[in-house]
Ligand binder design. Structure first.
Ligand SMILES: Cc1cc2nc3c(=O)[nH]c(=O)nc-3n(C[C@H](O)[C@H](O)[C@H](O)COP(=O)(O)O)c2cc1C
Length: 308
């Protein structure tokens, strides 16, 4: 099925709060991620012009195509947030119906919307009506294992006019435990009238191609396995030198965007990049102590020259 947005590749970067900011999205696109998404942004925060929310809206041309993801439970606020986001020129607005965090779900937002399909339909319809760009939704299979209403949810979203649906093959009560159910994703593809993006547990480039083929999805989305491993989008294995170059590039983007605080924010990425390095934990501790980007680059140079 034709995807509503021209994609560079059918392997997309999943939204991940605290990780998929502009610097990481640029790195993922560099390695060929077909499309990227912002982390979930509060529709209330957008409408009220909350500074923290607006800061998450830094987008550079190198990231496109990009979807901006919003969450909320009020059709009017979701609609207004979507309209305001148009000034950032996103390629689509994605409605979060999958976030499992209690503070989001307990107020009926994120995956909480799966419990009220009628409200979900009203929200999606309101957003679709208010913008002229594609609107998508990202769902889980259901709120609990016993209430897997994904077909009903997909029907409601389609009827509301969404352009594509991403399915994370777990229920909300699973959080990230167990295994994503790709048979159910394939069953959704069979019935859906809009393109489906499959998501959950993709571990490598080959795994992505395999899941694309066996599920019949129009695209697949990778989250956790892309952390510290943007090469997953190109199917290549980096040499130490290449890793060094990309870690430095990532640091540079972080420093440009956040100033010295970018070095602190980068800590959670460096943990992933260093996985598999001999002496990773000692190295991590050394890097974490550094206050300047030059000190960090110095450590990386010594390490990589030793290994090269
Ligand atoms: C740290 C973290 C943050 C996440 N934040 C979001 C988010 O903001 N919006 C969203 O729709 N999903 C979010 N997710 C879920 C991922 O997009 C994805 O659905 C999930 O991780 C399963 O894919 P994976 O097995 O490839 O990681 C997050 C996941 C993680 C691990």
């Amino acid at each position: 099925m034709d995807f509503p947005i021209p994609l560079h590749s059918p392997i997309l970067l999943a939204p991940m709060a605290g990780y998929t900011d502009s610097p990481f999205r640029r790195i993922a696109r560099l390695f060929g991620a077909g499309m990227v998404f912002t982390e979930l942004l509060s529709a209330d925060g957008i409408v009220r012009q909350n500074k923290k929310t607006l800061d998450l809206l830094t987008i550079t041309p190198h990231e496109r195509p990009i979807g901006i993801q919003i969450f909320g439970n009020d059709p009017i606020i979701m609609q207004e947030a979507a309209c305001r986001l148009l000034s950032h020129n996103p390629d689509c607005i994605d409605i979060n119906c999958g976030c499992c965090a209690p503070k989001v779900c307990n107020s009926g937002k994120g995956a909480g919307l799966l419990k009220d399909v009628e409200l979900l339909h009203r929200i999606a319809s309101a957003v679709v009506r208010s913008v002229s760009i594609p609107v998508s939704a990202k769902i889980r299979l259901g709120f609990t294992t016993g209430t897997q209403n994904y077909m009903e949810v997909v029907d409601a979203l389609q009827q509301a006019g969404v352009a594509f649906i991403t399915v994370h093959g777990r229920t909300r009560d699973q959080y990230y435990s167990g295994k994503a159910d790709w048979d159910k994703i394939a069953a959704i593809v069979q019935r859906a009238k809009v393109p489906i993006v499959g998501n959950g547990d993709i571990a490598s480039y080959m795994d992505a191609l395999n899941k694309l083929q066996t599920s019949g999805c129009s695209a697949v989305m990778i989250g956790r396995a892309a952390l510290g491993n943007p090469w997953i989008f190109s199917g290549t294995t980096p040499t130490i030198k290449e890793k060094q170059t990309i870690i430095k590039l990532h640091y540079t983007h972080m420093h440009e965007q956040y100033g010295p605080y970018g070095i602190i924010l980068m800590r959670k990425h460096i943990v992933h990049y260093l996985k598999g390095f001999t002496g990773a934990s000692k190295l991590r501790q050394e890097i974490i102590k550094c206050e300047t980007i030059e000190e960090i680059f110095g450590i990386l140079d010594i390490l990589c020259d030793k290994k090269a």
